[in-house]
Ligand binder design. Sequence first.
Ligand SMILES: *Cc1c(COP(=O)(O)O)cnc(C)c1O
Length: 353
Amino acid sequence: MSQFFSSRYRDLTPYTPGEQPQERRYIKLNTNESPFPPSPGVLKAVYEEAQRLQLYSDPESRKLRKALAEYFGMKPEQFLAGNGSDELLNFAFMAFCDEEHPAFFPDITYGFYPVYAQLNHIPYREIPLREDLTFCLDDVQEKGMIVLANPNAPTGLAKSPDEIEALLQKRPDDLLVVDEAYVDFGAESVMPLIDRYDNLLVIQTFSKSRSMAGARLGFAAGSAELICDLNTLKYSTNPYNVNRMTEAAGVAALQEDAYYKENAKQIIQNRQFTAEALRSMGFEIPESKANFLFARSSKIDGGTLYRALKERGILVRHFNKPRISDYVRITIGTREEMQILLQETKAILEDQI
Ligand SMILES: *Cc1c(COP(=O)(O)O)cnc(C)c1O
């Protein structure tokens, strides 16, 4: 730390992203990326848009918001595009929380939420998940902004729209932010509830099911008023937050929806196959609706399995955190990648004995 670092941030513990190694080729099952490349139309759109790089991007991302509005049957004013959904989550903490409106989220969830709260000096409380990693919405009692990843990460467990709607009705004065980063892998979205609840903000990303993690594109959807508040933060930080190529890629991805739906279907099948095989080896895995499995075995602890897999050329994610250090989180890749993972895991377990 330099002598110049502001005292406001000295205690801040930044988010730790999953490894992105450059030195060796791994089977990468650690950051929930798609194993499939972007669709042909996305590549073409990026190439064509690059011809106009000398010009600033559209600060309103009008083409993308129009495409999103058509896709979801909503209005463009109900959308804001972001430089990844991470940026929009940060805007939501900035816009809707303060001393009187703390943030609430489960103790086991996306690791960025407490970082946004700390960064913005917002009080927050982590609500403990139950022993089986489920989360009962009745466990939230205080007033403030509630943030739910649905499906949750890293557990993969999903809530039904009915449960979420009950919370929206019960707490009309509290904003509920639903982070649907993994919703396309078998959970049900609450996007259709937006027109009926002005206390609902939904955040989605193109990083996971739409194979665009490297392009950085996410969007927030909610009432025009909520989006207007988020825009105030956006125009106070980075008006050109979505670059030209990324916006064009997003529009093209929505046009080629069938390709991404087919990929998601394959991921779901591979998830099923992998979960069954791991369970038959003795792993315990919550019912995942995401593109990853959260697995533990009484035969090996999470850190040991992570290191052994890494030695064998497979990267998974291990969280050295209380309550979940027994687990590894395994991104679902292609069938071939999953077969190698299973084969190596089996060999590691046999070596243990
Ligand atoms: C991956 C992920 C995000 C971040 O997505 P980006 O759009 O790449 O910033 C947000 N929330 C959760 C729960 C995630 O797992």
